[in-house]
Design a binder for this molecule. Structure first.
Ligand SMILES: *Cc1c(COP(=O)(O)O)cnc(C)c1O
Length: 341
């Protein structure tokens, strides 16, 4: 039995999910004739109280599409220094949209309205890039699953309105924030111009992300998705998994959060651990004491069939998910408890 805590993307479809995929009614989505994709898009748009939605093969493509549709080459995007769009999308902001990022030094991946206000370029000062878009992440990935306070998101929205900026949310793990903070998707839909959400992280679908927005933006997004080569044909088989995930697997995230908290608690009690970041959702980030070798530690766990990852700079990460079951959790807690170093 291998226990994979490297990411919440490692889940495999359950028999029930495979069953709905197998039975999905499909068509050619490039002609908008796939009823299951159409239903997934309708369902997701409605969830967020948005006019429209578009299914994507990846979260990266959904974010990159949003950035391209909101900007012109030469513009600037405000985001946290740890943003996925900046660090982990292959330099796509520059390559795909010809824009630069104005990085903000946030707290665990979260930035404030005050920080946003302070980095907006004066539109009259033509030497500087035009500030066009604010892109946030919730929950934060490199920030260890931290969640924004809704009030701060509202304040940032106010800054966007005052300075005529677009507002995008990379909500790859927004589901975790909704569950942890008991928030409503429609409230997020009312704030942001566009939101990308992943179906293949905590929710257990094999592939796919959805971008929601108003009808005009999503119409533009279809053209950009085509440009990026992301149009798919009988993708209803994948959309069926996504619909199933949205209808069945959101509430259970609370269990992942509980287990992550328990892992964090055991780690915090160990003398060989230097620090554990606050566990808000399903990600646990911790550092080892200087005397403990990081590579050896990871290897030691691997020999006990527990896979975890390093994030560099001495940070280690564990992510809980659907396929991390109760028996596995008991075993991991036991292994960590017994470890001397
Ligand atoms: C995983 C992730 C994405 C999208 O990743 P893909 O692998 O392209 O689906 C985007 N943003 C964040 C914060 C993520 O964690």
């Amino acid at each position: 039995m291998e226990i994979n805590l490297i990411s919440d993307t490692v889940t495999k479809p359950t028999p029930a999910m495979l069953d709905v995929m197998f039975k999905a009614e499909v068509g050619d989505d490039v002609f908008k004739q796939d009823p299951t994709v159409n239903e997934l898009e309708r369902y997701t748009a409605e969830m967020f109280g948005k006019e429209a939605a578009l299914f994507f093969p990846s979260g990266t493509m959904a974010n990159q599409t949003a950035i391209k549709l909101h900007t012109q080459p030469g513009d600037e995007v405000i985001c946290d220094k740890w943003s996925h769009i900046f660090l982990y999308e292959g330099g796509g902001v520059a390559a795909n949209s010809g824009v630069s990022c104005h990085l903000v030094d946030g707290d665990r991946g979260k930035i404030t309205a005050e920080q946003v206000k302070n980095v907006i370029n004066d539109p009259e000062f033509y030497h500087a890039p035009t500030t066009r878009l604010v892109s946030l992440e919730n929950t934060t990935n490199k920030g260890g699953g931290a969640c924004y306070e809704f009030q701060e998101l509202q304040k940032i929205k106010q800054v966007c309105i005052e300075h005529n900026l677009k507002y995008h949310l990379d909500g790859a793990r927004l589901w975790n924030a909704l569950v942890a903070k008991q928030q409503q998707p429609k409230d997020f839909g009312s704030l942001f111009d566009t939101i990308s959400v992943c179906l293949s992280k905590g929710l257990g679908a094999p592939v796919g992300s959805v971008l929601v927005g108003n009808a005009i933006d999503i119409k533009k997004a279809i053209r950009i998705r085509k440009l990026f080569g992301g149009n798919m044909r009988q993708s209803g088989y994948l959309a069926a998994a996504g619909l199933y995930a949205l209808q069945n697997n959101i509430e259970r995230l609370a269990q992942d959060h509980q287990r992550a908290k328990e892992l964090g608690k055991v780690l915090a009690s160990k003398s060989w651990i230097a620090s554990v970041e606050p566990v808000e959702t399903n990600i646990v980030i911790f550092t080892l004491h200087a005397t403990v070798d990081e590579k050896q530690f990871i290897e030691k766990l691997k020999q006990k069939s527990i896979l975890i990852s390093s994030m560099g700079q001495g940070k280690l990460r564990m992510v809980t998910h659907m396929d991390y079951r109760s028996v596995m959790h008991d075993y991991v807690l036991d292994v960590l408890n017994r470890m001397q170093s």
